[in-house]
Ligand binder design. Structure first.
Ligand code: SF4
Length: 300
């Protein structure tokens, strides 16, 4: 799906459900540091990357530590990739730490250490895709843009389309509907993006939506249709224990805590892991550039 920005031609007088969500957000929004008035575009960008696959509660302490240590892209660019990966802690998917560090280098090199506000420049940064570019434009710069994350997709899918859960991949029709809902004014569009995301995170949750508390309960297409299909919808939760991803996580944790290289091909801390799986995890992490292998063992 090519990235698109909402156009004023497609925007119209806001659907009253959009206004309802905005009003709800103004009342109920959580105080989060990357929403404060003194937030920086860099802080917003880091938060968006961290939040992509990790819940707010786990992101908060790590984000604070990063902002204290590396308040600007230039500060992170002066650190090493290993520092960034180590400071990522247990947020998971540590490729994101590597990408953020690479992103800091590019921001210094091409943008004098500043986060750009244009979609094109943002999309050219390492690890910044369509969603993150839109989120940074909206939440850091107050620009009117489309931000379609999994929470917003779920809210729109239910309240407007009577669908229990969004499909695995965005469809053109879904994108067009989302585009048409973005209010014309920039401040309202930002509040809609943030509010619908918050509603999806706190109220219209994937498996147990709290419809009785929802500001859209009297206008929700899914409720009107009798709340169909949620129990039958396939679960997309990934098994964790025993997966390659778990073994990769264990290896990263061992290396984060180690002061020197570790001979992990033989390491007793991984003795319970099948040799093939351990080898696969180690070679995968080396290939991803997250760890290095030398004669004396593996390091970040
Ligand atoms: S009423 Fe229920 S299903 Fe509809 S948007 Fe609100 S929480 Fe989601």
């Amino acid at each position: 799906m090519p990235p698109t920005s909402p156009t004023r031609e497609t925007a119209h007088t806001p659907d009253h459900r959009v206004t309802t969500v905005i009003d709800w957000f103004h009342r109920e929004a959580r105080d989060l540091p990357w929403r404060e008035a003194d937030r920086t575009p860099w802080g917003v960008l880091v938060s968006e990357v961290m939040l992509q696959q990790t819940p707010v509660v786990r992101v908060l302490p790590v984000w604070r530590e990063w902002m204290e240590r590396w308040p600007t892209p230039r500060d992170l660019a002066h650190a090493t990739q290993a520092d960034a990966v180590r400071a990522w802690g247990r947020l998971g998917y540590p490729r994101r730490a590597k990408r953020l560090w690479e992103c800091a280098l590019v921001l210094v090199e091409r943008h004098n250490g500043h986060v750009p506000s244009s979609r094109e420049d943002l999309l050219a940064l390492p690890g910044i895709g369509d969603y993150t570019a839109g989120a940074v434009r909206a939440f850091a710069f107050g620009e009117r843009d489309i931000v379609l994350d999994t929470n917003i997709r779920r809210v729109i899918g239910r309240a407007w389309r009577a669908e229990p859960l969004p499909a695995a991949h965005q469809t053109r029709a879904e994108r067009e509907l989302a585009d048409s809902l973005v209010p014309a004014s920039a401040p309202a569009s930002v509040a809609w993006n943030a509010g619908s995301m918050e509603l999806g995170a706190l109220v219209c949750t994937a498996r147990a939506p709290k419809c009785a508390e929802c500001p859209l309960r009297h206008d929700c297409a899914w409720i009107a249709a009798g709340s169909p299909g949620l129990d039958d919808a396939p679960r997309r939760t990934q098994a964790w224990h025993g997966t390659d991803r778990q073994v990769r996580g264990r290896i990263m944790a061992l290396l984060r805590e180690s002061r020197g290289p570790l001979a992990l091909d033989e390491h007793c801390a991984l003795d319970d892991v099948d040799a093939d799986q351990r080898h696969r995890a180690l070679t995968g992490l080396v290939a991803d550039g997250l760890i290095t292998k030398a004669a004396d063992g593996y390091s970040l």
